[in-house]
Design a binder for this molecule. Sequence first.
Ligand code: ARG
Length: 679
Amino acid sequence: MSDSTLREYTFRCMKAEKEAEKLATRLQTLVEVEKLASRLKTHATGNVELGEDEDFSDKEFTNLVNENKKLKYRIGILKKSIESQGGDPSSPAKDDNFSNHMCNILGQLEGIFKKAVLSAYPDVIDPVIQIQVSKHADYQCNAAMALAKSLKKNPREVGQMVVKNVAPSSLISKLDLSGPGFINIFLCQDFIKQQVTNVVLNGVTPPPTTPKRVIVDFSSPNIAKEMHVGHLRSTIIGDSICRLLEFLGHDVLRLNHLGDWGTQFGMLIAHLQDSFPDFAKKSPPIADLQAFYKQSKQRFDEDEAFKKRAYEAVVKLQAHDPVHIKGWDDICNISKKEFEMVYERLGIRIIHRGESYYQSRMETLVKQLDDAGFLEQDDGRKVMFAEGADIPLTVVKSDGGFTYDTSDMACIKNRIEEEKGDWLIYVTDAGQSQHFKSFLACAKKAGIYDLSKTRVDHVVFGVVLGEDKKKFKTRSGDTVRLVELLDEGLQRSEEKLKEKDRHKVLSEEEFTKARNAVAYGCIKYADLCHDRSRDYIFSFDRMLDFRGNTAAYLLYALTRIRSIARTAGVNRESIVAEARKKPIDLDHEKEWKLSRTILRLPDVLVRITEDLYLHPLCEYLYEVSTVFTEFYDNCYCIEKDDTGKIVKINIGRLMLCEAAAQVMEKCFAILGIETVEKM
Ligand code: ARG
């Protein structure tokens, strides 16, 4: 089990436990009332002698207390299972498969089977229910094996017992046992038809979720330094996580934790004073901020007098001297404008809230930590140790300044206490794992962060490598500028589309749209379709390939699906009107296969929320496209005669095309990839 799954699990357990406690209290009261009532009744009828009655009642009471304990425990388990299905724990478990929400089939099945196991074997503690997609049926439940082992029973017998205890559901048509005790699950055909029809009518809708306040810290470049490919990864992954959680109905706050405070501003301001003496009145026209940064760094390293001035400037900045604040603000604004240009091109929404935001909060926090005795003196610095923190945090530097550690401590306190975040997500390169581990351990020790109340995920990613498998650099060895990288993407995508003569078929506007969608889509998809924790090789050639699992191929596949109905002259309205009349008909085996694939989207999405790895969504998207091809090769949607005249339109199959396109579009939307009608 991964750390984040464990955390989510613990979090769910605590929540469910609380619910259970409440219910148990109610149960206890009910039991007591019932006991009193029965005693009153016995006394009133006078049928039983008082002494005996008291005796019996005591025994009964003990039994009831025991029973109550068991019930309390089982409520906990049931609550947990409801939650893990994405249901609302405060509302009764529902089998509302025919509602407008797309059903999280896997979650529903897990709930159904957990209940069945608990009713077959009431003493089993928290059974593990493993359900997966199956070749022999729709899904398969493997719970019986593990259960049989712990119960020391025959797995087939256990399987039979579980099957017998599965409550009737609109989801399941048939269950059978195979092998040593696998339970094959066949879904109800009406249920599938209804669900696919719902996708046609209502589009892809999220499965029911318990909304949380989620704060996602992503992108987060540093002012005056270049935004590099590492930040690009954080931006792409973070944005996609936000899109997923927003779609599922969570309240998401997207934050850009800019590196906008710190000692580097001393040298920048000192250099500003020399280069643009009237900067206090007129905003400096710095064209190349990175070059400006390099120059000031060089002076800082070589010139002692300059270094001294730089230190003085930091002190003045931290004392909020208006002129120094003006210089700082100007520099930040130049950087932010550059970042925003990248965000705009990539369609990223984000709120700037840099380290400077926490300045006063850091001061308060440091005092609190010091007063509480958490800080230790170390060579002039103030550090904090905690169990689990391999390296102590430097909370105050020897010159009295704060560090990245200090800002993250103040920041997490703010996000939990002021922003009321239930779930905090940080997206950074894996190189920062140590830092995250340490400040989270210290935050825990300081009582700021409680694992059982707040879920925290450090979403890490690997390094971007060039095609030579070395660190991604330009030919001359410089870091690749993001803007230039995006420009190259556009140019390459244009060449690729021209190679395929698309400029001759598409209007100018359509061509530009397609070029942008392919360029940015490919860059994003190439990043998201890999296991993010690994390093990845950046290759335009590979990502722009029109074959295989690439955005170029998938975007094209979608336009082809979209063109089927268009060619037949059938618009979405008539497809919807047809779907409204009666649910889709599914006869051909490939129609079933496509339908079942389409309906797996909620399962995939819910799973992703457990560990925030997005590549399974890309794999799923690719699978939809290949299963669609299988369907399309086997099932005529439109029949033409020898002259090419359309003689028959199979509207039911066009409904299926529509549903497949909807699902693909939703996947693209979550991945942050723009789709096009034509390309
Ligand atoms: N600015 C940092 C960097 O460039 C990333 C900040 C990540 N967020 C955080 N709360 N530490 O590496």
